[in-house]
Design a protein around this ligand. Structure first.
Ligand SMILES: NC(=O)c1ccc[n+]([C@@H]2O[C@H](COP(=O)([O-])OP(=O)(O)OC[C@H]3O[C@@H](n4cnc5c(N)ncnc54)[C@H](OP(=O)(O)O)[C@@H]3O)[C@@H](O)[C@H]2O)c1
Length: 336
């Protein structure tokens, strides 16, 4: 496993981050422990969770496991923003909720600091100054090493970076967006801002919840029984069958499977390798339900797709680019 700088910081993270969203949900505590042990053995040091994952159960499992490790060897990321109770202030990025959220996360994780504390999504009700100054205080108090954002739009990220800069506050060092072969719109603005600003990128759902894992093929009539995608339909999650059963998805999967056959790699490994090769990406966050899936996904690193294979995947997965993102065409006309 190689290591990469987390944005412009001096901290090094493994090129694959392990997501803990399945822990305590589809994956038992014991299996989660074994998955984290194996990830560490393979050289991984970067683990991502959130307070809201199964209402604290994921953090609790990670915390129990962490108590048996050398804490400083791990770069631990968690998040705050989504509801953690029924109360009016159990949600959002107000000073009140962030202060309560960090206290509860530290308790569940059994640690006295978080390496990367992320705002899980934009909060339209809280002034950004309130959120950013509170996050700055957490770093000053030694409870948090770095702060990050997730699911922000371009203008929201840029505004936050500029406000932090103007006030001398700790800035977001990395962004956690959805980014995968079925979600390329992330490139239009977000990746450009991150590259310009030196903000790291840790893509979530590199396999789009399983769609890019190899178990979906053109001609299928529904998701495999027991899969995340099947569950997504009832739970209202984004990776549902009805959201992705369309011609664009099947075209992307045709290309992915053709490249996988050619390289002798599994489709999941090809899909994650495609992300690893993007210089804007710091570390895809791999999500697994079983040890077998972890073994497979670890094999995404340590080799490279050829330029021609990258191009074919790029072509098959490209999405129609509309104004104002079709700048290349505009610039061409402007030069005439
Ligand atoms: N910031 C956010 O809003 C946000 C949102 C989502 C996730 N995340 C983070 O990103 C992490 C990863 O997200 P994700 O779980 O959606 O990632 P993903 O890699 O897109 O999907 C993971 C799912 O795909 C299936 N899978 C994975 N590897 C496989 C393999 N080798 N072969 C067959 N199936 C495989 C499993 O589902 P089955 O049950 O079908 O086997 C697994 O649970 C999360 O743990 C979390 O840390 C963040």
């Amino acid at each position: 496993m190689k290591y990469r700088q987390l944005g412009r910081t001096g901290t090094k993270v493994s090129e694959l981050c392990l997501g803990a969203m399945t822990f305590g949900r589809e994956t038992s505590e014991n299996d989660s422990f074994q998955i984290m042990d194996r990830f560490l053995d393979a050289g991984g040091n970067f683990i991502d969770t959130a307070d809201v994952y199964t209402q604290g159960a994921s953090e609790t499992i990670v915390g129990k496991w962490l108590s048996r490790q050398n804490r400083d060897d791990i770069v631990l990321a968690t998040k705050v923003r989504f509801p953690m109770g029924e109360g009016a202030n159990d949600v959002g990025t107000s000073r009140k909720h962030i202060m309560a959220g960090i206290k509860a996360s530290l308790r569940r994780l059994g640690t006295d600091y978080i390496d990367l504390y992320q705002v899980h999504a934009w909060d339209p009700l809280t002034p950004l100054e309130e959120t950013l100054s509170t996050l700055n205080d957490l770093v000053r108090q030694g409870l948090v090493r770095y702060v990050g954002a997730s699911n922000f739009k371009g203008w929201q990220l840029q505004k936050a970076l500029d406000l932090s800069h103007a006030n001398g506050w700790e800035r977001f060092v990395c962004l956690q967006p959805q980014y995968n072969l079925l979600c390329r719109a992330t490139e239009w603005e977000l990746l450009e801002i991150c590259a310009q600003e030196g903000v790291g990128v840790i893509p979530w759902s590199p396999l789009r919840g399983g769609w890019l894992s190899g178990k979906f093929h053109r001609g299928m009539e529904g998701p495999p029984s027991g899969s995340r995608v099947e569950k997504a339909e009832q739970e209202g999650w984004g990776e549902s069958w009805s959201a992705y059963n369309n011609e664009h998805t099947w075209d992307v999967l045709d290309a992915l499977h053709a490249v996988a056959d050619e390289t002798g790699k599994e489709p999941a490994q090809v899909a994650i390798n495609w992300l690893l090769q993007n210089p804007a990406v710091t570390a895809p966050i791999i999500g697994v339900r079983t040890m077998q899936q972890l073994e497979s996904n670890l094999g995404a690193a340590g080799w490279n797709l050829s330029q021609e294979q990258m191009q074919r995947l790029n072509q098959a997965s490209s999405m129609p680019v509309t104004y104002p993102y079709d700048q290349a065409a505009i610039n061409q006309r402007a030069r005439r």
